[in-house]
Design a protein around this ligand. Structure first.
Ligand SMILES: NC(=O)c1ccc[n+]([C@@H]2O[C@H](COP(=O)([O-])OP(=O)(O)OC[C@H]3O[C@@H](n4cnc5c(N)ncnc54)[C@H](O)[C@@H]3O)[C@@H](O)[C@H]2O)c1
Length: 384
């Protein structure tokens, strides 16, 4: 069966890690005989600068994404030549907005699913040194971040007087419909995972809110406890987001599935990536009822780009998530098998602890980005 896969490499290390993911896909295509039909669409800040400063991806990209069986996104964002921050378009949005937030909203990818598992063999680079801070058997949770509204709803504006911006407003939108479906997604996932929190083995969904202060969070919380009534046997928790950040670091074993609003989810999952060994390993699946887009959670890391030093594993693990999702959706067990080969190879490679990038094992022992993929391909080939 042919599968149309749209690839959105973006900027900086995004382009590099997407190349690595495609090498893995090419291998799997050879091994399994998959009929992948790739369409690579340039996008992001550099594209905008180099193509007339009108659009952050070519005309027709929205339709191609809509028609795809799965979308792989690497990372967008490039430093502006005109001032601090990334390249910004005339409409005030970051160049790269369309493939990321545009796709999330237009394709209704309402659940941003971010697994946080610490693989055995991964140390934590703290103070520039690798050390084992958290135990692998104490870190295994999934975040579900609402992906279509909240503070990223895009409703707001600036008040400009005499050429000077004086006021900026970002409105936070929390609706019953969007909250309810993402909360239900979290409970359903908790049931499917059937793992429980590492602290006591009990399946648990925790809502991360700021309900002591914000009305939107009170609505989200009330819907959370209403939906929870439908899921007997699943424990519930509610943490206030500020206190949550310290529990997450001190006792990650408390958490199984966490559900939260858009901005909180964006922030706390970058923090959570520290538990799993950093952004070079963290993935974010954007899932809707009809479409899926899979990406590492990291950005384009401009200072790291062009050095063959970026960790390709987050992008490769995102590709694994895409194959698994597509396989289950289409009833294609071979795709799921290919996904599981990637998963096993990554786990074995980190346990071996040798051919990995600097963000995992430190600069003195580091291998290059391309060498990590080469070793991974060797392991995948050997495993079948
Ligand atoms: N979804 C996206 O495309 C996305 C997400 C976050 C940031 N961004 C954009 O990316 C640009 C840079 O943002 P930033 O510097 O805040 O975040 P970043 O994620 O690019 O980098 C943060 C830190 O993590 C490191 N890092 C990130 N990915 C890595 C990898 N694969 N291997 C090794 N180290 C890695 C970087 O070197 C840096 O030290 C900005 O323009 C930002 O807007 C895009």
């Amino acid at each position: 069966m042919p599968y149309d896969i749209v690839c959105l490499p973006g900027d900086g290390i995004g382009v590099e890690v997407m190349d690595e993911a495609q090498k893995v896909l090419a291998l799997l295509q050879d091994m399994f005989g998959f009929d992948f039909r790739f369409e690579s669409i340039p996008c992001g800040g550099k594209y905008y600068l180099e193509n007339g400063r009108q659009r952050d991806w070519p005309e027709g990209s929205e339709e191609k994404c809509k028609a795809a069986d799965a979308i792989l996104l690497a990372a967008v964002g490039w430093p502006s030549p005109d001032g601090p921050g990334p390249v910004t378009m005339k409409n005030g949005k970051m160049a790269g907005y369309s493939p990321v937030i545009g796709n999330r909203v237009n394709l209704d990818l309402y659940a941003n699913v971010r697994p946080v598992e610490l693989y055995k063999g991964i140390p934590h680079i703290i103070h520039g040194r690798p050390m084992q801070i958290w135990d692998p058997d104490k870190v295994n949770m999934v975040f579900i971040r609402e992906n279509t509204e909240g503070l990223y709803a895009g409703i707001g504006g600036k008040l400009n007087r005499g050429g000077k911006d004086l006021v900026a407003i970002d409105n936070r939108i929390i609706t019953r419909e969007a909250s309810e479906r993402v909360i239900r997604y979290a409970f359903e996932l908790c049931k499917q995972r059937d793992k429980g929190s590492p602290c006591d083995g009990k399946p648990r969904v925790t809502a991360i809110v700021k309900d002591n202060v914000m009305d939107g969070c009170r609505l989200f919380r009330d819907i959370f406890f209403d939906v929870a009534k439908e899921y007997e046997g699943i424990e519930t928790g509610k943490d206030i987001v500020d206190a949550f950040t310290q529990w997450l670091m001190k006792e990650p074993e408390r958490y199984d599935v966490c559900v939260t609003t858009n901005l909180f989810g964006d922030v706390v999952t970058d923090l959570a990536s520290v538990l799993q060994g950093g952004m070079g390993l963290a993935v974010g699946n954007n899932i809707g009822d009809n479409h899926g887009m899979f990406e590492p959670i990291h950005g384009s890391a401009p200072p790291l780009s062009g050095k063959n030093a970026a960790n390709p594993l987050a992008m490769i693990l995102s590709t694994k998530e895409a194959l698994d999702w597509l396989g289950k959706r289409k009833g294609d067990a071979e795709l799921c098998k290919a996904a599981s080969l990637i998963d096993t190879a990554v786990r074995e490679q980190v346990i071996a602890g040798e051919i990995l990038t600097a963000d995992i094992i430190g600069a003195d022992k580091a291998s290059s980005c391309t060498a990590v993929t080469e070793e991974l391909r060797r392991r995948i080939k050997a495993a079948k």
